[in-house]
Design a binder for this molecule. Structure first.
Ligand code: DX5
Ligand code: ZN
Length: 213
């Protein structure tokens, strides 16, 4: 069953209530929150998201994407809002198993995010422990970037690597209705889409066009 997660990084934060309300009026499955620390990527979004407020405005599952150095040190902040999923990056992280265990010990799904130029084989030791791989189809740091075409092959390879493990594949960056069909055909489970959905004058039509062709 294909699912959609909307990144609200580029939403209108001055009208957050109505932005979230628009999402609530669709069958979009998750709200994707992009946490950046200004170190792992240039931008810092730590103060952009009022996570308690967002949680209060929606019943949608929260999908937290951490683009931060040393995620183990601040994962508790995000565990406390009880999201559905927390993904952290495999790059520059020597405490991956500890991150996974900490997230899972609280009953939250654990995902590993992987950049477009990082070897997928590095995921192998963790595949038995995680719930999801967040395949980056742009270099993280900002919304509205162009989808990187080599992602298609990476999805295929990951599908082969994950073998019988029950892991979802989520794709993040530049996802729109011109690449969604192929991404789903190749075995993606969740499409993360930001600007295509949130900046569209009709989010419902845009959402449907991601899933139906
Ligand atoms: C990139 C973020 C993405 C991004 C998605 O650093 O992780 O989640 O905001 O936005 P679009 O769909 O506009 O690329
Ligand atoms: Zn993201």
């Amino acid at each position: 069953m294909s699912e959609v997660s909307v990144s609200i990084l580029d939403c209108d934060f001055n009208n957050l209530n109505s932005e979230i309300e628009k999402v609530n009026n669709t069958n979009i499955n998750y709200i994707h929150i992009d946490i950046m620390d200004g170190v792992f990527v240039d931008r810092n979004t730590k103060k952009l998201f009022d996570l308690d407020k967002i949680s209060n405005l929606t019943d949608k599952n929260l999908d937290i994407h951490l683009m931060i150095e040393n995620p183990l040190d601040s994962i508790d902040e995000y565990i406390n809002i009880n999201p559905y999923l927390i993904s952290f990056h495999i790059e520059n992280n020597d405490k991956i198993l500890k991150c996974i265990n900490k997230i899972k010990s609280k009953g939250i799904n654990a995902g590993i995010a992987i950049n477009p130029n990082t070897n997928l084989n590095l995921l192998k030791p963790y595949l038995k422990d995680i719930d999801l791989v967040l395949v980056m189809s742009v270099f993280p740091g900002k919304g509205g970037q162009k989808f990187i075409d080599s992602t298609y092959e990476r999805i295929q390879k990951l599908n082969y690597l994950k073998d019988d493990y029950d892991i979802k594949i989520s794709v993040d960056g530049g996802v729109n209705n011109s690449n969604s069909k192929k991404l789903l055909e190749l075995g993606s489970d969740i499409l993360v889409s930001g600007s295509f959905l949130i900046k569209n004058s009709n989010i419902l039509t845009a959402y449907k066009s991601l899933l139906n062709h």
